[in-house]
Design a protein around this ligand. Structure first.
Ligand SMILES: Nc1ncnc2c1ncn2[C@@H]1O[C@H](COP(=O)(O)OP(=O)(O)OP(=O)(O)O)[C@@H](O)[C@H]1O
Length: 250
């Protein structure tokens, strides 16, 4: 199964370096890892660098991926709407990306099952330009999943979703990862999602990796103070899961 190592990754826009020295020894198959950090820290840039959309120092070591770099799928934060396609057509187009044009039964079956899993089958023949922000985000996730990525980079995938849909989507993706061996990295601002769905967390601050490791060891009151400049506690919810309680800004 696929595994991923990041060695000294960096990136610049023009002459401005916005990311440097990001190193992770091993992202194991089936794991879901949170990428957290303040605005403009470099999270999206890290994803673009891993996906090969921008170049820079360091190496992305991808082992045992069946389709090489095409095994990596980046789901961006903002997804434009293509007015001429329906939801179904956009998923089909995404499934065929980089492959031949003959449509196989199993691909149609896969599209149906993803539309159902994301509870958007009622939108199948709706135009992309006639969707709400949350619906667009779900379609964008569907477009990523039909490509059967072995490494999925999700940039704030639940920012436009209601609370129930947030839980649905993150549970579905974490479960899919552990069943299929897919490696998932999710950029998140909601640290409670990181605590609940991501075994490991990487903190990016000022373009560098501030810390990484098991989520419950990384998300601590002292990290929240140092990186986010907030006064916060970690307490258990009624179901016993750790949660960040924010008392206020420092
Ligand atoms: N295309 C670009 N050209 C120049 N600078 C850019 C470009 N894209 C991003 N940047 C800059 O790079 C830095 C990192 O941006 P990035 O989008 O990676 O941050 P982020 O951690 O994903 O932020 P956010 O949480 O706000 O989405 C920021 O200072 C941003 O202004």
């Amino acid at each position: 199964m696929v595994s991923l190592k990041l060695r000294g990754l960096g990136a610049s826009y023009g002459r401005t370096t916005v990311l440097s020295k990001v190193a992770v020894e091993l992202l194991a198959p089936g794991t879901t890892t949170a990428i957290i950090g303040p605005n403009a820290a470099g999270k999206s840039t890290l994803f673009k660098r891993i996906a090969g959309l921008i170049s820079g120092p360091g190496t992305v070591v991808l082992s045992d991926a069946t389709r090489g770099e095409r095994s990596i799928c980046y789901m961006p934060q903002d997804t434009g709407a293509n007015a001429v396609l329906t939801v179904y057509e956009s998923l089909l187009l995404s499934a065929k990306q980089g492959g031949g044009w003959r449509v196989k039964d199993e691909e149609l079956f896969e599209i149906d099952s993803i539309l159902k899993a994301l509870r958007i089958e009622n939108l199948a023949f709706r135009g992309l330009d006639a969707l709400s922000g949350g619906q667009r985000q779900l379609v964008s996730l569907g477009q990523a999943l039909v490509r059967r990525p072995e490494v999925l980079l999700m940039d704030e995938p639940t920012s436009a979703l209601d609370l129930h849909r947030q839980i649905d989507v993150l549970e579905f993706v974490a479960d899919l990862a552990s069943r299929s061996g897919m490696i998932v990295l999710i950029a998140l601002h909601d640290l409670n999602h990181a605590l609940r769905y991501c075994a490991n967390t990487i903190v990016i601050a000022n373009g560098e990796m501030a810390s990484s490791g098991p989520t419950t060891e990384v998300i601590t009151p002292s990290m929240l103070r140092d990186i986010y400049h907030i006064d916060a506690r970690i307490e258990a919810c009624s179901r016993g899961r750790p949660m960040v309680i924010v008392d206020g800004a420092l």
